[in-house]
Design a protein around this ligand. Sequence first.
Ligand SMILES: Cc1cc2nc3c(=O)[nH]c(=O)nc-3n(C[C@H](O)[C@H](O)[C@H](O)COP(=O)(O)OP(=O)(O)OC[C@H]3O[C@@H](n4cnc5c(N)ncnc54)[C@H](O)[C@@H]3O)c2cc1C
Ligand code: FES
Ligand code: FES
Length: 468
Amino acid sequence: MAIQFYLNGELRQVASVAPTTTVLDYIRDHAGLTGTKEGCAEGDCGACSIVVADMFDGKPDYQAVNSCLLMLPQLDGKQVLTVEGVAGTEGRLDPVQAALVKSDGTQCGFCTPGFVMSLFALRHSEEDITDELIHDALAGNLCRCTGYRPIVEAARDSCSVAGGRELLEALAASDDYNSDGQDFFAPGSIEDLAGVCADHPGAHLLGGGTDLGILVSKERRPLKTVIHTARVPELREITEDEKSLTLGAAVTYSRALPSIKRLYPSFAAMIKRIGSRQIRNVGTIGGNIGNASPIGDTPPCLIALDATLILASKAGEREMSIEEFFLDYRKTDLQAGEFIKSIRIPKLSKDQDFRTYKISKRYDQDISAVIGAYRLEFANDKIADVRIAYGGMAATPKRAPACEAALTGQTWSADIAAAAAAQVGGDYAPISDHRASKEYRLKVAGNLFQRLYRDLSREDKTLEVMAI
Ligand SMILES: Cc1cc2nc3c(=O)[nH]c(=O)nc-3n(C[C@H](O)[C@H](O)[C@H](O)COP(=O)(O)OP(=O)(O)OC[C@H]3O[C@@H](n4cnc5c(N)ncnc54)[C@H](O)[C@@H]3O)c2cc1C
Ligand code: FES
Ligand code: FES
């Protein structure tokens, strides 16, 4: 079967390009559109940014993504714009391009196509343009020579100009695509997903590809069989009842953020520090869990929030505590032929509070050295229940039983927070690596109790939704 998508408004049907070809390689080498650049090939620099558009909630949704990490069949049925396609009729520059010219927002120009695409997506969003939003939209784009002031100035000048671009008619997408001895399955129903997973137990499951994409982009590994989950409606669903929020495993960070922000503001503030907008527009919580990295940001939060996973296969479904899912370094309880269907997160009761803190070398676009997550329940000023989990402190994200015991039943005070901090060494024996030494990890994990104490003791708790 062929895949099809619009590239700058022109219908492309592709039948004989290897499915693990990156979108960046396709755009430059096959389509001859060399405006889009390769800088890092691992999602860090934004030089390869393009815009992918489809309908969401009945409206056109334009999202900037890193083309270096996307596999070509991920575009099936979508509309794609590169820097060559944003100008208006008769070569009129898009307002963001014109503003970059006016503000001298470009020098060598290598980064400029990526900035144009990030700003183009921002201009087509319905968000109120503030400096905070501009910084958030540009955090995934690096410029080595111009400096960011003129670029931000161009964003201020142009991003409130209404988008106005219509989407073309929707295209059908295929359930499978193969070429060069590689198979790419993109089933459109949960039954078909279970069937394909049963038939290909050794295949690579693909959510957004912000982890898996590195294997093809950087390591150039021709993966034999890939199963993409993003077309399955149940895996893209966000549902809510009185007790919990349930996120389909293929829901992207960007689409999950509004619900998470409303129910768990500190978790949302931390998610806004995962990668960049380009990463969050395709990356999923299901992928973060499936990747099972000891420094993944969401697992400690989900463990502290007492979340469960719904795992599915041809044999049916089972629900398990996320805490039990991580068995050892990068080893999970996922069985052959099984996939994560969804993540169920209990809502906080009125007596519970949740905080999470991410420690990394940079504020934006950086992987954690340590991440701490805390859910405390208070009754008559005492800590009636507590769940604490850390990432970056062991081979898996894991709870802190000794810290929890030091807090349970106690009155919340600076001394009690310090007593909990003193137990960190009993709960964890972290390793030293290029992100942090074991001594630093232990020290900072303990120090986070001071931060937690300060935040939860503030009179106006609404002030605190920042994740440091
Ligand atoms: C530049 C950059 C910055 C990043 N920053 C951060 C960061 O700050 N914090 C952080 O935690 N991570 C970060 N990441 C890692 C990555 O973005 C996240 O882990 C993301 O959540 C992965 O989601 P995905 O859908 O892209 O996963 P994919 O790459 O599609 O998959 C990841 C793994 O999960 C498996 N998987 C996917 N879906 C399922 C499923 N439904 N069931 C079972 N297994 C499944 C895949 O087989 C694969 O092994 C970063 C990555 C990049 C490239
Ligand atoms: S080439 Fe750097 S983010 Fe894609
Ligand atoms: S203008 Fe040279 S890298 Fe940005």
